[in-house]
Design a protein around this ligand. Structure first.
Ligand SMILES: [Zn+2]
Length: 300
């Protein structure tokens, strides 16, 4: 028969663990709910998390001995997990490389939707709604100066669980000196991190230009340069039709593929119109949707 002291200890341990987990989940839910409502003042997730931890620390002071220690360990573990969630790193084999798709020997039917040039107040909320409805995570390559104008939208993209990539500050196409290229990438990376706590090792050059100095810098800094294997051509906003846009994606869809779409940089109403149908078609063909970091992390 178990020693009564042991039983009490085990009981206290279970209560502490459950309380800590529920408390943390509840406070995270509040922060997500807040970040979805743009009218409320939102601290960035990393600051928010720090506040949550501080308040938990006050509660911990009311506990004793092992309970306090267990509680602290659990909070440290959760903080570590949150930091991991906000770090979009890439495996060593893809660092400093340019990737158009992932060749998977096991032919896993996965595909990544990517959205460039946002966030935009017209398109991004609609895209996020569709992705949430469909239960899909995507990857957003954001432009620094646009993020500066719509910080809440970037926070919402992150709160919804999507991955973030760097798409320069200005989205220009000209030649860059190494210094200018560094400015473009680093100022964007810093703003993304300041607002959301996200660190990203993904870079996509504007217009897919590979030889104007930006990609050289990105490779040196061990970014994975993420291109695409299927171009919807939604950037031809006036000339493209919704069925053509969908067809462009489906024609080039392949296991391990990356689809290029846009949620910013102009009128993207056709992208929004096409997206539900495109997702349905891909699901019918057996595809599962992954973010770019998930795609790069998959075993082949
Ligand atoms: Zn772009």
């Amino acid at each position: 028969m178990a020693n009564p002291c042991q039983l009490v200890w085990q009981y206290r341990l279970s209560i502490s663990l459950i309380a800590a987990t529920l408390g943390f989940i509840a406070s995270l839910s509040v922060s997500v709910a807040r970040s979805v409502n743009p009218k409320l003042a939102i601290p960035s997730p990393n600051l928010n998390q720090q506040e949550q931890l501080n308040s938990k620390m006050l509660q911990i002071n009311g506990l004793i001995g092992e309970e306090q220690e267990i509680y602290q360990q659990m909070l440290a573990y959760l903080a570590e997990e949150e930091a991991k969630r906000l770090t979009f790193s890439v495996p060593v084999e893809f660092q400093g490389k340019t990737i158009r798709s992932r060749v998977l020997n096991n032919k896993a039917k996965v595909i990544a939707l990517t959205f460039d040039d946002g966030p935009s107040s017209e398109t991004t909320p609609q895209v996020l709604d569709i992705l949430q409805r469909e239960g899909i995570k995507a990857t957003f390559f954001v432009v620094g100066k646009t993020v500066k104008n719509h910080p809440q939208l970037l926070k919402q993209i992150v709160a919804d669980g999507h991955a973030i990539g760097n798409h320069t500050w200005n989205h220009h196409y000209h030649q860059y000196s190494p210094w200018a290229a560094a400015q473009e990438l680093e100022t964007t990376a810093q703003l993304i991190h300041k607002l959301t706590g996200v660190k990203t090792a993904l870079f996509r050059p504007p217009a897919g230009i590979l030889n104007n100095g930006l990609v050289n810098y990105a490779h040196q800094k061990k970014y994975a340069v993420i291109m695409w294997s299927a171009d919807t051509k939604d950037w031809q906003s006036r000339r493209i039709t919704v069925p053509k846009l969908i067809n462009n994606a489906l024609e080039d869809a392949q296991p391990g593929g990356i689809i290029l779409l846009h949620d910013g940089g102009g009128d993207r109403s056709k992208t929004v119109q096409a997206l539900p149908k495109l997702i349905t078609e891909l699901k019918q063909r057996g595809y599962q949707f992954v973010t770019v970091p998930e795609l790069l992390d998959m075993p082949d």
